[in-house]
Ligand binder design. Sequence first.
Ligand code: ASP
Ligand code: MG
Length: 457
Amino acid sequence: MKFGGSSVADAARLRHVADIINTQADRKPVLVLSAMGDTTDHLLEAGDAALKQGKVEITQIENLHQATVKNLKLVREQLTNEPLADGIKPSQKDFNGLLDELKRLLSGIALIRELTPRTKDYLVSFGERLSVRLAAAFFRSVNMNARAFDAFDTGFISNSDYTKAELLKESWDLIPQKILPLIKENIIPVITGFIAKDAKGCITTLGRGGSDLSATMIAASCKAEEIQVWKDVDGILTADPRIVKNARPVQNVTYDEAAELAYFGAQVLHPRAMLPCMKTGTPVLVKNSYNTDAPGTRIENAAVSAKKSPPVRAITSRRNVTLVDIVSTRMLGQYGFLAEVFSVFARNSISVDMVATSEVSVSLTLDAAFDLGEVKKELSKIAQVEVKGGKAIVSIIGNVKRSSEILARAFRICQFIGVPVQMISQGASKVNISFIVNDTEADEVVKALHMDFFDAQ
Ligand code: ASP
Ligand code: MG
């Protein structure tokens, strides 16, 4: 069970989390927690203030944690880990020791005026390390057999790519070796998300939002029944609720569909976090800790998921897209033309999103933020180039095996509302049919498609 920052933001939220865990205590949960609320951001700001102004300022972080301790009626002794059975060590440093260490670290940064990626990881690790100690102390105070652990004491080892470290393969064996004995002792481990240690023994982080990965890694490596990711949304929605008022949670999606949705900014797991579960087929349940009655979204493998679902799972859009049309008669029967085109984009560090090609032309899309001056100059040497701004990608995520049905319905709708489709891409992904319309028409298309696929039945 993973609880994100907003699910553990204060004393009231922690009480609520204890209730959620208690209803499932017989399932032998392992807990993974993020830093409380916006603590990670506040730690980064504190690091910045130390670096640039020589200031040691952690009032906000201290206040939040101390207020929560007080509100939960915890005293100093409770914030220390109780010793465990043979050979299993809970985290060594206690809550107050960590707060002191954090201040000393910031004084160090303020003095030497240097903040390397390695030190940054050490700095932000305090968020998760404080939150698990506080939460475990509180859970014990309400008679749960909880113990706090730093992830690196439970088998999380990574490379030294600070701020975006990758877990090493060894973690797959080490994590269950450390965690399963705890479960056997009926302990509820409360483990830090987001952090690990490298071979040199330095603390690393897995990138922002990395706690999801910590949790899926534990679930997959320990062969858990399922992983529950507790967030502050009802799960994955059928559309962006700002565009479609009656968007609703999707009950089932496949790992692939969830990964496509993440690209469109849906509030789900980072595709990286899904990898361990995809490997083992462990289902992921995304639940709302603010609305526990909502069924949430279940992410699982295709075979299980397909049985239960309609052809379309969700409709998304991405605005502010530029379409580039490249036409060259030289392309006919030639080789190397596409390579030449893409190398121009590569040289200019421009990432291309959608592509469609015919024998003599290529259309591709990219984010409108890119400056295309240089690219246009270079491409014009080998082809006719037309750059069209003000476009949007509309994507239908669903079962592409039923693509004829989906396409027929989608294009009938576009025709009906008088919106011409300007480019289509289907086939590369097994779960996504995308097309381009004018940016100004995107919301209308999404609304109309949503109505047809979800409301008209
Ligand atoms: N606390 C970290 C962050 O805010 C990790 C996480 O919440 O997943 O990015
Ligand atoms: Mg967070």
